[in-house]
Each structure stands twice: as structure tokens, then as C-alpha cells.
Design a protein around this ligand. Structure first.
Ligand code: SPV
Ligand code: MN
Length: 613
């Protein structure tokens, strides 16, 4: 576009034009102009890092009805459409040039066709609305981890959420070299009806990996629209692949050891498997609960939280199980609740440990107990994927190094799924390669009532990152293996399983037991406790767990519990190896050979163990 400056001058008022002009990069100017012309907003507002501009979004979101104020100061509620309550995996696709193949497991569409389709949905989509031009920084500012990212959106709720969830980036864009890589997201909620996207049948999230551009339209749910979250994770995985680091769906937390020692761990858990509640364990320190960048720096693996806030599931969040976030959600401060039940300007949710009113307002509109949807399905008071959005700094145990440009040294990496009958509660891998292959790349998780379809079905969830891997899967696994070559010392790798059940279907562990596993892993990092060798890894000794249960939870831990929880489930483990091997053989054509070798060695160890016992 040649006369993009004319477009900007004619469509932006003086103040906003000047704000944009302070960023000298012509690519940014032409991008904004292109989408002004296509989406045709009534006005354009450029958000800088100033408190004034940030307040503007908060106020706009209330003024235009996307958020409503709740009784507690700073709290607001937002609703997404009844059928717009989760990430739309089917309609999230990679835009690929002819002849490009990302492997069997990635959802893609021909680029020309996809861009044509999504642009036709974006055309005039902002009529009568204001376009917000937002600048953020993924990762800490001014650091090796930083990736500049900008978003155009017609949703003040999206802009507001991003303001809570990410570090400001306008000043950084002003000083950025023209050649520096940055991510671009263009979002429109599309035509609205009662403040929610009307045409969800035309909901699309299309990702252009070559140009780092993402298009999102006819949706409001943050997982589809907050472009800096899972959408940018897909772009970051490509960038990491090119540059030799890792972008992971991981929490990052500090675990306290004896004295004032603190060791940092990353952890990958599929959605609804305890990742957020692990990250915010009382007494430990939270750096992040969702996405981490991991870079080899000076021979160390160092990690940073990509985000500065939490978009957490608000279900079963109560004062007993999650005391830290409970406190945060019950005090004045900036919080967006989404898709909860509201009555008398107070939010309510499933599993909050309090009586929930029998009527109120929720994602289905006016709600009363027993209300059914058009398919005859009873509508729960709050949605099972209802969420809260809050800045990490609002949590009392937020780590002081959250914004450290150097990131934090990673002592351990944890992989944990929902597994009722195979893996022990905690187990250390023999080494990095064994851990990446048998814990990470072999991760499975059972579906819950919160996902569509049957319950208890095992899903293949490698690194809990499979939804976002934008490379052929074998290449992604190889990158995970290779990173250790750039390290002087490998972090330890662990598998955890919070969901083991007995033969009657009852959980073998309490919700808080994970705290003991975390403390044990921290002690292992420093060689303070011994472990018992098993065919699948290294497990704790009973005496150490007994002491930790007493110290951490004030509980007795019986030998009988230990033996039941840490029993070697021979058949189940052999079945698991067969399942995983089959998936890689049949549907991941670029699987590294070492994956098969390591699985086979594990199988042989298990068979030997079986013969001996
Ligand atoms: C997840 O589902 O893993 C989330 C929420 O963290 S979303 O933003 O929808 O990805
Ligand atoms: Mn997540």
C-alpha cells in the first residue's frame, strides 16, 4: 500500500496519529492502515504505556458494556457468547503455502483460500466500533526473552485482558530496530448481539507462520482472541525452532528448600490437570502459570514467564484448596471474572465452597436453577471453563524475580497428566533424554467432564503442548532433546500424577499431597535424599516422604499408602509403551529414532523386573 500515510492521517485524530508516528517502523504503519481500510472502524485509538491510556481501555470496556462493575472495587465481569466458551480447535488453522507440510497432526488450510476467507469476515467488521492499537512485550522487557507483539482489536475487553496479562510494549516498539522480528494479531469480535459475537459459525483463528500474523474473528473468548496467549505461543515455537530455544506450555515456580534455598521448576500439565494450583502453592513462589520461554544462557537453562498475569479456570477454587488465589479474588483490586454467575453484583462459581444462588445472570443470560439450553442440556450456574484474569503481582506469593531480564535458572522440569492407573505420584527420570521421551513426549491425559465427549478417555498430550506445536512433532521433540547439549548441567526431569485411583475408583491422594512431591523434587535436585531405582525411573524412599508429609502437611503417611501409591504397575506400563510407540510409528513420520530406542529399553527393563519379582 503506497499511501498508507494518507489513510492514517485521514482516519486517526491528531493525538492518535502522533502516538503512532512515534513508532518509526513503516511495517507497523502500513499494517494498521491496511486493517483500518479493511475493517472500517469508526475511530482508532492508540494505546501507549501511559496510565491514562490504560485507564481508557478499562473505562471503555465498561462504557461499551463488554464488562460490568461488580460490588468489590476493581472487579468486573465479562460474558462470552453461550457457544463461545473455549478455544475453537477445529477452526484454528495454520495458513500454508502450497507444498508446505507440517505433518499429520496439524490443522491447516491453503494460505490463499484461508486469507481470502478470513479477510472476507473481517471486512467492515469494525463498523461503528473503535479499533484499539495495542503494543506489548512477551517476556520481561529489555531482555533476551523479549518478543514485541502488537494487537489490533475492536474489543476493549481483549485490550484490557492483555493489559493485565502482559507487559507494556509501546516504549519498546519506539526504540526497536526496523529489522527486529515482532508478532501481529488482528482481531474483531465481528457483529455483536447483546454484546457477544453473533456469527460464531464464522469464527476463525488463522495463523500465518511466515509473516507472524494471526487473524481472529467472530469470537470473544480470550483463548481465541487474546493474541498474545496461545496464538503467539504457536508463533514463538517457530521462532524458538529457528533460534535454538524452547517455547513451552509450562508453569514456572520457585520451590523452597532447607534454609533460605529456593529452586526453580518448570511444569507442563494439560488444561484442567492442576497446573495453576501447583504454580500458586502456598509457601512457594509463583513466577507464571501458563507459558514459559526456556533459553540456554551461559551454559544454564533459564526460563521466563511470557506473561505477567493469570487467566485461570475458576472452578473448584475455594479457600481450602487454593487459599492464595481465593484471597486475591476476595479483596479489592483489578480482576476480570468471565462466565461466572452474578447475583447482586457478586460473582459465584462451581466448587467455591459456598452456597450458590438459585438465580442470577450468567453466560446464558438470566439464569435460574434447572434452566436448559436449546439442546435440553441443563445449564450450570457458572461455566465449567469460567475464568478470572488477574495480574501476578496481586498474589501474595508472587516471585520477586518475575520481571528479571535474565530469567531464572531451571533446576527441574515436571510433566504431569491425569492418569488413573499407570504412573506413580512422582518419579524422576534417569536423565534428560529419558525424561523428555518417557515423561514429556509420552504424556497422556484422561478427558474430564469439562471436555466434550466421553469421560476418562486417554488423550495423547506430548509436553502438554500438542495443541500449539507449529512444527512437525518429531522436530519439536528433537529440539527438546537437543537443548541439553548447550547446557553445562542438565535440569532433572520428573513425572507427576495427581490423579491415581484405587480399584474402587477413589483417588489415592489428597489435593494437597502435590506439595510433598514438589518438596521431594527440590531435595533431589540438591542430592539431599536418595531414590529407589525402578524400570521407569527413580522413586522416593518411604522414610523421606513420611518426614515430608509431617513437615509440609502435618499429616501421618503410612507405609501402606506408600506401597499402594508407588506400586510398579507392570501391565499398565507395558500397555502405555505400546500405545505411545504406535502413535509415533503411525502418525509422526519424523519421529527421532532415539524415541523408539528409549521406549524399547524401558520395555526391556520392565520385563526384566517382572521376571525378577
Ligand atoms: C488452556 O486451556 O491451556 C489455557 C486457557 O491456558 S486458553 O487461553 O484458552 O488457552
Ligand atoms: Mn494453558
Amino acid at each position: 500500500m503506497q499511501n498508507y500515510q494518507n489513510v492514517l492521517k485521514s482516519r486517526l485524530d491528531d493525538v492518535n496519529y502522533r502516538k503512532l508516528a512515534e513508532i518509526k517502523n513503516p511495517q507497523i504503519h502500513s499494517f494498521v492502515a491496511e486493517y483500518i481500510e479493511l475493517c472500517n472502524p469508526e475511530s482508532v485509538f492508540v494505546i501507549t504505556d501511559s496510565e491514562e491510556d490504560r485507564n481508557y481501555i478499562r473505562e471503555l470496556s465498561i462504557r461499551n458494556g463488554e464488562e460490568k462493575e461488580l460490588a468489590m472495587e476493581g472487579h468486573t465481569v465479562h460474558f462470552d457468547g453461550y457457544n463461545d466458551q473455549a478455544r475453537d480447535k477445529d477452526k484454528t488453522k495454520y495458513l500454508l503455502e502450497k507444498g508446505v507440510d507440517l505433518g499429520e497432526r496439524l490443522n491447516s488450510i491453503d494460505k490463499t483460500e484461508g486469507v481470502g476467507e478470513v479477510r472476507s469476515f473481517l471486512e467492515d467488521s469494525m463498523q461503528g466500533k473503535q479499533m484499539l492499537v495495542c503494543f506489548f512485550c512477551l517476556g520481561p522487557q529489555d531482555s533476551a526473552f523479549s518478543i514485541p507483539a502488537m494487537q489490533l482489536t475492536d474489543s476493549a475487553y481483549v485490550g484490557h485482558s492483555e493489559d493485565i496479562l502482559y507487559r507494556q510494549g509501546y516504549e519498546q516498539f519506539k526504540t526497536m530496530e526496523e529489522s527486529e522480528e515482532f508478532f501481529r494479531v488482528i482481531h474483531s469480535a465481528g457483529e455483536l448481539e447483546g454484546n457477544v459475537s453473533k456469527n460464531v459459525d464464522k469464527r476463525r483463528v488463522y495463523i500465518d507462520l511466515d509473516d507472524n500474523i494471526v487473524y481472529s474473528v467472530n469470537t470473544q473468548y480470550a483463548g481465541n482472541t487474546v493474541g498474545l496467549k496461545k496464538i503467539s505461543l504457536r508463533l514463538a515455537i517457530r521462532k524458538a525452532d529457528r533460534e535454538g530455544w524452547l517455547a513451552e506450555h509450562m508453569l514456572l515456580m520457585g520451590i523452597r528448600g532447607p534454609g533460605d534455598r529456593i529452586s526453580y521448576f518448570c511444569g507442563a500439565f494439560p488444561s484442567a490437570c492442576g497446573k495453576t494450583s501447583t504454580a500458586m502453592m502456598p509457601g512457594e513462589s509463583i513466577v507464571g502459570d501458563d507459558i514459559a520461554y526456556l533459553r540456554p544462557l551461559g551454559g544454564q537453562l533459564r526460563a521466563a514467564n511470557v506473561e505477567s498475569g493469570i487467566f485461570g479456570i475458576i472452578r473448584d477454587v475455594n479457600s481450602e484448596d487454593d487459599p492464595i488465589i481465593w484471597k486475591t479474588l476476595n479483596k479489592p483490586g483489578e480482576v476480570i471474572f468471565s462466565n461466572v454467575l452474578v447475583k447482586d453484583n457478586k460473582p459465584y462459581w462451581l466448587g467455591m465452597g459456598q452456597d450458590i444462588p438459585e438465580s442470577g445472570y450468567n453466560h446464558s443470560g438470566e439464569w435460574y436453577k434447572g434452566k436448559k439450553d436449546e439442546n435440553g442440556k441443563e445449564i450450570t450456574p457458572s461455566h465449567k471453563n469460567a475464568r478470572y484474569t488477574v495480574a501476578l503481582e496481586e498474589l501474595e506469593n508472587c516471585d520477586e524475580h518475575l520481571n528479571d531480564p535474565e530469567g531464572l535458572p531451571v533446576s527441574g522440569v515436571i510433566y504431569g497428566g491425569r492418569d488413573s492407573d499407570t504412573s506413580v505420584p512422582v518419579e524422576q527420570a534417569f536423565d534428560w533424554t529419558h525424561g523428555i521421551i518417557t515423561k514429556g513426549a509420552s504424556l497422556e491425559s484422561e478427558t474430564t467432564a469439562a471436555t466434550l465427549g466421553q469421560e476418562g478417555v486417554r488423550m495423547f498430550q506430548p509436553m502438554s503442548n500438542i495443541d500449539f506445536v507449529s512444527l512437525p512433532l518429531g522436530k519439536y521433540i528433537q529440539n527438546n532433546l537437543d537443548i541439553s547439549r548447550k547446557l553445562d548441567k542438565e535440569p532433572l526431569v520428573f513425572g507427576t500424577n495427581y490423579f491415581l485411583k484405587d480399584q474402587h475408583g477413589d483417588y489415592l491422594n489428597g489435593m494437597q499431597d502435590k506439595h510433598v512431591w514438589l518438596k521431594w523434587m527440590e531435595l533431589r535436585v540438591h542430592g539431599n535424599v536418595n531414590a529407589i531405582e525402578r524400570p521407569t525411573g527413580l522413586i522416593p524412599e518411604y522414610e523421606d516422604l513420611k518426614a515430608l508429609f509431617k513437615e509440609v502437611l502435618g499429616k501421618e503417611y503410612s507405609r501402606q499408602d506408600y506401597e499402594q501409591q508407588f506400586a510398579m504397575r507392570i501391565e499398565k506400563n507395558l500397555e502405555k509403551i505400546d500405545r505411545i510407540e504406535k502413535i509415533y510409528r503411525e502418525s509422526v513420520s519424523d519421529t527421532p529414532q532415539i524415541l523408539f530406542d528409549v521406549l524399547d529399553q524401558q520395555r526391556k527393563r520392565i520385563v526384566l523386573f517382572q521376571e525378577k519379582t
